[in-house]
Design a protein around this ligand. Structure first.
Ligand SMILES: *[C@@H]1O[C@H](CO)[C@@H](O)[C@H](O)[C@H]1NC(C)=O
Ligand SMILES: *[C@@H]1O[C@H](CO)[C@@H](O)[C@H](O)[C@H]1NC(C)=O
Ligand SMILES: *[C@@H]1O[C@H](CO)[C@@H](O)[C@H](O)[C@H]1NC(C)=O
Ligand SMILES: *[C@@H]1O[C@H](CO)[C@@H](O)[C@H](O)[C@H]1NC(C)=O
Ligand SMILES: *[C@@H]1O[C@H](CO)[C@@H](O)[C@H](O)[C@H]1NC(C)=O
Ligand SMILES: *[C@@H]1O[C@H](CO)[C@@H](O)[C@H](O)[C@H]1NC(C)=O
Ligand SMILES: *[C@@H]1O[C@H](CO)[C@@H](O)[C@H](O)[C@H]1NC(C)=O
Ligand SMILES: *[C@@H]1O[C@H](CO)[C@@H](O)[C@H](O)[C@H]1NC(C)=O
Ligand SMILES: *[C@@H]1O[C@H](CO)[C@@H](O)[C@H](O)[C@H]1NC(C)=O
Ligand SMILES: *[C@@H]1O[C@H](CO)[C@@H](O)[C@H](O)[C@H]1NC(C)=O
Ligand SMILES: *[C@@H]1O[C@H](CO)[C@@H](O)[C@H](O)[C@H]1NC(C)=O
Length: 383
């Protein structure tokens, strides 16, 4: 009874879209059939009508910088461009597809090719990202040191409710770790990704200051520190693909100066797998679950399947000369399973915390870790 009640209560906080996305996304002779009025259309074959755009960013820039809601439907193709969402209003990007529930058959890829330090204009990781969601350039910067870039205190929040369905974001700078190459950066904003795919090798996903990001039924591929940041991320029913090992899967930088929230990355009911069978043997027993970008790192892999690629001790120090592991460091697991799980290995390694039900409880759902409610979250999977 108590269990059922809690489902009803938490369900009330999350909202799915107020239209049938499957109808809007389905390929038809009139692509906008089934979409909400005012939906913008992006197509590489776009004509010069008022509602048509040849690039996704031109459609985003045509929207007013206010609190109005907007939807953009994107037709099949590879769009070589960087996307930058600064407006505060809700925005939904939809990829056209006949398989709206299959993350492996998306038809739209947003592609970019950049790493920090590669160009004159890339002294901060923010400039490399395929998709940036942040109200200002300053709020999107990483900076350095224990608390990163000092974002001006008067910076207002960006979008309250960004959503993307069935889109692939790829940063193909080089086919191995060669400096930060972001597929996604979210700061001072709420964003949800559904049936989306993110691919890079290093620092694939950045959740910056006051960033809150929900991933459901997504695929995230990387090699080094590929989930990193200051903010809060919940990854539900998704697949993390190891393209090799390097650093750790997670590298979080906690700071008590930006927000009182439960910053950290929470990977729940998901799978950690080698990217393909060719790489599987080479990485067996070698990949770290994570390492502390600063001492206040927080991440939890919970009820997640771990392939045999995972190192026996689970998490690792930042480096042997600079371990960064103190009592406050929170590199944890709860009820993980699969050949990459070893209680004995975790105990011997002495850096991974294996949580009890009671210790997991304060982090055990998106509504417990996100600030300000979860009305922007579309819970496709049951959490
Ligand atoms: C619209 O027309 C202009 C010139 O008239 C052209 O440069 C531009 O590429 C066209 N846009 C699209 C999306 O076809
Ligand atoms: C958007 O809404 C927020 C919160 O209600 C408000 O503070 C802000 O001024 C609004 N922004 C614009 C551009 O209307
Ligand atoms: C764009 O037009 C070309 C040539 O007419 C066609 O082959 C292609 O399928 C079209 N692409 C889309 C996304 O409509
Ligand atoms: C996708 O899944 C939703 C439920 O999550 C369902 O309503 C919808 O019909 C499915 N669409 C297709 C095309 O299977
Ligand atoms: C999802 O799409 C992939 C790639 O097209 C396909 O191999 C797979 O069978 C699909 N899965 C389902 C459940 O339809
Ligand atoms: C994103 O757009 C804003 C507003 O145009 C701009 O100030 C900022 O430099 C852009 N961010 C990046 C990372 O290019
Ligand atoms: C925020 O403060 C800076 C000075 O630190 C000032 O230049 C800027 O205009 C302020 N912005 C707003 C929106 O008040
Ligand atoms: C397997 O994945 C690795 C890492 O992404 C890649 O370098 C390699 O080309 C892939 N091999 C095959 C056969 O797809
Ligand atoms: C924040 O952390 C620093 C050291 O990590 C500590 O000295 C300081 O008291 C903390 N501040 C708050 C408000 O907890
Ligand atoms: C395990 O690590 C803690 C610090 O986190 C340390 O105090 C303790 O001595 C270590 N135990 C062993 C057996 O190394
Ligand atoms: C997890 O996602 C798969 C599709 O990838 C779906 O079939 C399954 O129902 C989801 N699990 C839950 C608990 O929603």
């Amino acid at each position: 009874m108590i269990y059922l009640l809690s489902i009803l209560i938490t369900g009330a906080f999350a909202t799915s879209l107020d239209f049938n996305r499957t109808e809007c996304q389905s390929p038809t002779s009139e692509p906008l059939d089934g979409c909400p009025p005012g939906t913008l259309l992006v197509s590489q074959n776009a004509t010069n009508s008022s509602a048509s755009f040849a690039t996704i960013q031109s459609a985003i820039l045509s929207l007013p910088s206010d609190n109005s809601s907007a939807t953009i439907l994107i037709l099949p193709g590879t769009y070589v461009e960087q996307l930058n969402v600064t407006r505060p209003g809700p925005l939904t990007l939809l990829g056209q597809t006949a398989s709206p529930n299959n993350s492996s058959s998306n038809t739209v890829t947003v592609l970019w090719h950049e790493a920090t330090g590669n160009d004159v204009n890339t002294f901060d990781n923010a400039y490399t990202s395929v998709l940036t969601i942040a109200p200002t350039l300053e709020s999107s910067l990483t900076g350095s040191g224990p608390t990163g870039y000092a974002v001006p205190a008067n910076t207002s929040f960006g979008t309250s409710d960004f959503r993307a369905y069935n889109l692939d974001f790829t940063n193909d700078y080089l086919p191995y770790s060669a400096g930060p190459s972001l597929a996604l950066g979210v700061s001072y904003a709420n964003a949800g990704f559904y049936h989306a795919r993110f691919s890079s090798y290093q620092d694939t996903i950045y959740v910056g200051k006051l960033g809150q990001v929900y991933f459901d039924q997504c695929i995230i591929a990387g090699q080094t520190d590929f989930l990193y940041g200051f903010g809060t991320a919940w990854i539900e029913n998704s697949t993390l693909l190891l393209r090799s090992c390097g650093g750790g899967i997670t590298a979080w930088k906690g700071t008590n100066t930006t927000t009182p929230n439960k910053y950290g990355v929470y990977i729940h009911s998901s799978s950690v797998l080698p990217a393909n069978s060719s790489i599987a043997a080479a990485i067996e027993g070698k990949c770290s679950l994570g390492r502390p970008w600063n001492e206040l790192h927080r991440s939890i892999f919970a009820q997640t399947y771990l392939d045999r690629a995972i190192l026996s001790q689970g998490y690792t120090d930042w480096s042997s000369s600079d371990p960064r592991v103190v009592p406050a460091t929170f590199m944890a697991e709860f009820e993980d399973f699969g050949p990459g799980w070893s209680l004995r290995g975790r105990e011997d390694g002495n850096v991974t915390r294996v949580l009890t039900q009671e210790e997991w409880e304060p982090y055990s759902g998106p509504e417990k870790v996100f600030e300000g409610g979860t009305a922007w979250v579309d819970k496709l999977s049951e959490v």
